[in-house]
Design a protein around this ligand. Structure first.
Ligand code: BGC
Length: 756
């Protein structure tokens, strides 16, 4: 029986089968040992190789205390392993138990196929690095590569082979909680970070015991959920899909990613996990991807709730035929694929092709040669919380902090000349953030701890919670006021807790919650110099006392070394050097808000708002703090923008230069950004698009020339026929400190030379 949905796509039954065969028949070169194995496996064993289940026998470490192996779960899993019913397990760590499980697979199952151990290592294992969004603010993909490498070293030391990361979804709506897990709103920046993280996790050789297989996710368009609501549906044009959401996946694949996770959401009515057009035609046939596709957690079973599959058997069939190789957590492939094959509903060749891909992956990971790779208890004992890993976490956290304002040069603070009141729920909270399943809060440094070890006299530091993150605290405001009155400077540590951001944490209002604002308003009324340290996993709309603070540092959730890193910046050990990877809106109602939007036919002009223009009645169109914005402890001037030519030949190169000068008295790092805009094209182009940046160190008074080379490749886009094009015409170019300012020039891209 051929599925009605595939038939509805306009293909005949024969064509559908041919397609399934084609996708299944030729993806990878045959390996004799693997072919022999496939030849000897039963249908049930094949379906087992496509089944990944949560490891409930090794519950998570809570508060740093490893819990004992859950015996009943262990016995159940052991039976499944012996029967060849599992390809691997996820979210269980620990080498001793890992070895026991692996031993069952390679000694007691019929074909002795090793297990893959996976886990959500998003921004570190025990040593937690800044949130991925925070790290993107460094504008240093190379830094993300280093932290991913360090995370891989800890994760493989506790027995993992595979991480479900990086998340490479482009997130243009701050209401969506998973903004925190990616690299922000810009597709080009997201692509750079995607590739860097894949390289970092995997390292130079997949077979090395410290190589952690990457899994870019979630394919695709998850960041475009309607209304920013988690798991909601997505309506996306093919152009937006290709121009905005695919580039990070492309970059991750080019960087060597061999697994990809399908998304929960539907696109235009077809769930991604059953979307053959996406998973096979686009991903494999068009993008040339040769690796494994895993579903997200029970995403195949959810096809029923989506209203796409009538029952779980059909769900398994639709997901599998669409191009999912591995079913995560539902067990549906194991349950239904064997009978789907015997009943002729799923071609055996397609099943074999998926098994082949999985076995080749295990081979590439070196698991057939050494099933106990990454399962060395001795290495586990000596690899966690190394000083060098914590030093890197501190460096990454420092470099992720973004200073939004600094009126009257309040920052940096002196370590000795004042009494500081640290007020707010983020002062004493750990900053590991969401997606740090294995992090150890007690090994992390809170802001209070960071300040305490930095100030000359710890007696000058007063700490008051004042409010919880989402609820008032009895007497909290009074206690805060009492401390603030005695203080010379107030540091307000406010924003989102780790629980308020991440998966399933969508918000309609991206603001500091009301109880904290009440605290901030009361403290602000005292008129003390105030610094806002903003804990957050997304861009927030800042109002009132929060916005009025003399200085604002976006401190995100910076991981294990958060407190030290924030203190380093507050006291001027380093100048802030981060830049916003997401626009901070004026109001939540502007969301989805992203700087690279298309122009309207009725643009709002500078000056007084006018009727019948693209605008809101009650809020300006601008961002409060634009994409790319971030201040330093010095002042930086942009000057003398020059172009090597104003007419770029079709195959030519244009160089844009600007002179960047540190006009202040402190050494800083500036992120000079290159933006372009094509004035007229067959598909209208965003008002600005980031095409390059340079992070440069500038000593006081120093001037550096930054140069960007531009070729036709940088000016292309996805055309109406859905293929990349570049079109001759006039372009604006900016070299700028952020997406709303900068020096500008124009140039022409000339037409291709005509053939004689
Ligand atoms: C998330 C994935 C994650 C998986 C496994 C899902 O809920 O969407 O990103 O990798 O769980 O933990």
């Amino acid at each position: 029986m051929i599925d009605r949905r595939l038939l509805l796509s306009g293909l005949s039954a024969a064509a559908v089968l041919a397609l399934a065969r084609r996708a299944g028949a030729a993806p990878v070169a045959a390996d004799p040992a693997i072919e022999a194995l496939i030849g000897a496996m039963s249908l049930e064993e094949k379906a087992g190789q496509l089944t990944l289940m949560p490891d409930l026998s090794r519950p998570r470490v809570d508060a740093g205390v490893p819990q004992p192996v859950v015996r009943a779960e262990f016995d159940r899993i052991a039976r499944e392993i012996r029967a060849g019913g599992l390809t691997g397990l996820f979210n269980g760590v620990g080498t001793e138990a890992g070895r026991r499980l692996q031993r069952l697979a390679v000694e007691e199952s019929r074909h002795r196929i090793p297990l893959l151990f996976a886990g959500d290592i998003i921004h570190g294992l025990r040593t937690v690095f800044p949130l991925p969004l925070a790290e993107a603010a460094s504008f240093e993909p190379e830094l993300a590569q280093r932290t991913a490498r360090a995370a891989a070293e800890e994760a493989t030391a506790v027995g993992l082979h595979w991480t479900f990361a990086p998340m490479v979804d482009v997130a243009r709506d701050q209401r969506w909680g998973r903004v925190v897990e990616g690299a922000g709103e810009d597709p080009w920046l997201c692509a750079l970070f995607a590739a860097a993280r894949v390289r970092g996790f995997q390292g130079p050789s997949l077979a090395a015991p410290d190589s952690l297989l990457a899994c870019p996710k979630h394919f695709v368009g998850y960041g475009a959920v309607t209304g920013g609501m988690e798991y909601a549906s997505v309506d996306l044009s093919d152009q937006a899909l290709r121009d905005i959401h695919l580039p990070p996946f492309r970059a991750a694949i080019d960087a060597g990613a061999l697994t990809i996770m399908s998304a929960f959401n539907d696109i235009n009515g077809v769930p991604s996990t059953a979307n053959r057009r996406l998973l096979t035609d686009l991903l494999r046939a068009e993008m040339g991807y040769r690796g494994v596709v895993t579903s997200d957690y029970t995403a195949d079973a959810e096809l029923v709730a989506h209203g796409y599959a009538a029952d779980e058997r059909e769900a398994a069939k639709l997901a599998f035929l669409a191009g999912v190789d591995i079913s995560m957590a539902s067990g549906l492939f194991r349950e239904h694929l064997p009978s789907l094959v015997t009943d002729g509903e799923v071609p055996l060749a397609a099943l074999d092709a998926s098994v082949r891909r999985v076995l080749q992956l295990k081979k590439a990971m070196g698991l057939f040669d050494d099933p106990y790779r990454s399962l060395d208890p001795e290495r586990e004992r000596r690899s966690i919380h190394l000083p060098a890993t914590h030093a890197l976490a501190r460096e990454a956290a420092r470099r992720s902090i973004v200073m939004l304002k600094n009126e009257g040069a309040l920052l940096p603070l002196s370590k000795s000349a004042q009494r500081i009141a640290l007020i707010g729920p983020a002062g004493r909270a750990h900053a590991l953030g969401p997606h740090s399943l294995y992090g150890e809060p007690q090994k992390g440094v809170t802001l209070e701890q960071g300040l305490r070890v930095s100030v000359a006299d710890p007696g000058t530091l007063m700490v008051v919670r004042g409010s919880d993150f989402e609820a008032p605290l009895e007497g909290g405001i009074e206690a805060a006021l009492a401390s603030a009155r005695l203080a010379d400077v107030v540091v307000l540590a406010l924003g989102e807790s780790g629980e308020m951001t991440g998966e399933s944490q969508s918000r309609t209002e991206v603001v500091i919650p009301a109880p904290q604002m009440a605290l901030a308003e009361a403290v602000s009324a005292l008129g003390k110099p105030t610094v806002l340290a903003l804990n957050t996993g997304r861009a927030l709309a800042l109002h009132g006392a929060a916005l009025k603070a003399d200085a604002i540092l976006v401190t995100w959730l910076l991981g294990s070394e958060a407190g030290h890193a924030i203190a380093d910046v507050l006291f001027g050990e380093v100048s802030p050097s981060g830049r916003l990877p997401v626009s901070f809106p004026i109001e939540s109602g502007q969301e989805p808000y992203f700087y690279d939007h298309r122009p309207t036919g009725r643009p709002q002009e500078p000056g007084a708002p006018r009727e019948y223009k693209g605008r809101y009645r009650d809020t300006p169109n601008e961002a409060r703090f634009p994409f790319g914005h971030g201040l330093t402890y010095s002042t930086v001037a942009y000057g003398r923008l020059t172009l090597s030519t104003t007419t770029l030949a079709w195959n030519g190169t244009l160089t844009a230069h600007a002179r960047i000068t540190n006009t202040g008295a402190r050494a800083v790092e500036e992120v000079a950004q290159l933006y372009i805009h094509q004035r007229a094209a067959t598909v209208t182009r965003p008002v600005r698009e980031l095409k390059g940046f340079r992070k440069i160190a500038l000593a006081p008074g120093e001037t550096k020339d930054v140069a960007f080379e531009i070729t036709r490749k940088d000016l292309g886009f996805i055309g109406l026929d859905l293929t990349p094009v570049a079109e001759p015409g006039t372009f604006d170019l900016w070299i700028a400190p952020n997406a709303a300012e900068g020096l500008s020039a124009t140039f022409e891209l000339l037409d291709a030379p005509k053939r004689a």
